[in-house]
Design a binder for this molecule. Structure first.
Ligand SMILES: NC(=O)c1ccc[n+]([C@@H]2O[C@H](COP(=O)([O-])OP(=O)(O)OC[C@H]3O[C@@H](n4cnc5c(N)ncnc54)[C@H](OP(=O)(O)O)[C@@H]3O)[C@@H](O)[C@H]2O)c1
Length: 249
């Protein structure tokens, strides 16, 4: 068994690598920081290949797929991503376009290329890392929330196509609330809610993924919040969201 994990040099990606390695998976780990990937690889008990690559560059996504064309991948975890805090008119446009390239475009390309291959073989799993941000609009983190809504909607739609095709291929979206990783430092936020631990988040995600759950929300507080928000109108939700976001600045 072999898993390909993007954004494996830190946080959730590194934790996916640790737990999947313990389950016997060989790993292909992708991120930009080679030293971090090497350190992680040295602590893992199964065969590991590291690929140092900036996935926000479209051509690298194609290169990655092509370089693995003759390698059997059983599980793809599209995890690489980042956020950015600030009012929409103040945030840096180039950073946001880079975020869209990584959070949306690279995930879209890799999902399509690997899914085609998986469908032909009628096996394989894709876990796309979205966020609980996918369920709301996110004033003060508008672009990040919108990218994660894209990930959730895309993944959910494909899962229905697969179900109707009676395909054995799995695709699902992981939608955690705050998790203790490097995410908040990169995004420039302080979480209003205490984050869950990355090892809990990943253990829960893998358990649910292997059971075939399509939308995975770790943590009872966030799960309850997502459940109840369907009863509130958007006019209220976006105000609540603003107030939660404001505390992160
Ligand atoms: N932490 C949270 O609260 C939280 C909540 C919900 C969802 N998420 C999602 O979970 C995923 C993982 O985030 P995390 O919390 O683990 O954050 P993290 O600790 O900052 O890790 C992000 C990973 O993405 C990689 N990455 C960033 N830019 C990249 C690029 N251009 N090309 C390739 N890899 C890149 C980073 O590696 P390099 O810098 O070495 O490239 C790192 O390995 C993200 O999609 C995030 O949106 C996080």
């Amino acid at each position: 068994m072999r898993a390909l994990i993007t954004g494996a040099s830190a946080g959730l990606g590194a934790e996916f690598a640790r737990q999947l390695s313990k389950m016997g998976y060989d790993l292909i780990l992708v991120a930009r920081r080679e030293d971090r990937l090497k350190e992680l690889s040295a602590e893992l008990g199964t065969r590991t290949e590291i690929i140092t690559m900036d996935l926000s560059l479209e051509e690298n996504c194609y290169k990655l797929f092509e370089s693995l064309e003759n390698t059997k991948i059983d599980l793809l975890i599209n995890n690489a991503g980042f956020g950015l805090f600030g009012e929409f008119t103040d945030t840096d446009l180039d950073k946001e376009l880079n975020m869209i390239d990584l959070n949306i475009k690279s995930l879209h390309i890799l999902t399509k290329l690997f899914l085609k291959k998986f469908k032909e073989a009628d096996c394989g799993r894709i876990l796309n890392v979205a966020s609980s941000a996918a369920f709301l609009s996110g004033p003060l983190m508008a672009t990040y929330y919108a990218t994660k809504a894209y990930v959730l909607r895309l993944t959910d739609a494909i899962s229905e196509e697969l179900r109707r095709d009676k395909s054995k291929v799995y695709i699902g979206a992981l939608c955690p609330g705050p998790v203790d990783t490097e995410f908040s430092a990169v995004a420039g936020v302080n979480f209003a809610l205490a984050g869950i631990k990355a090892d809990y988040c990943v253990r829960y995600a893998l358990k649910k993924m292997f059971k075939g759950k399509k939308i995975i929300i770790p943590g009872v507080v966030v799960r309850t919040g997502v459940f109840f928000q369907r009863f509130l109108p958007y006019s209220i939700l976006r105000r609540i969201s603003f107030n939660i976001q404001r505390k992160k600045g």
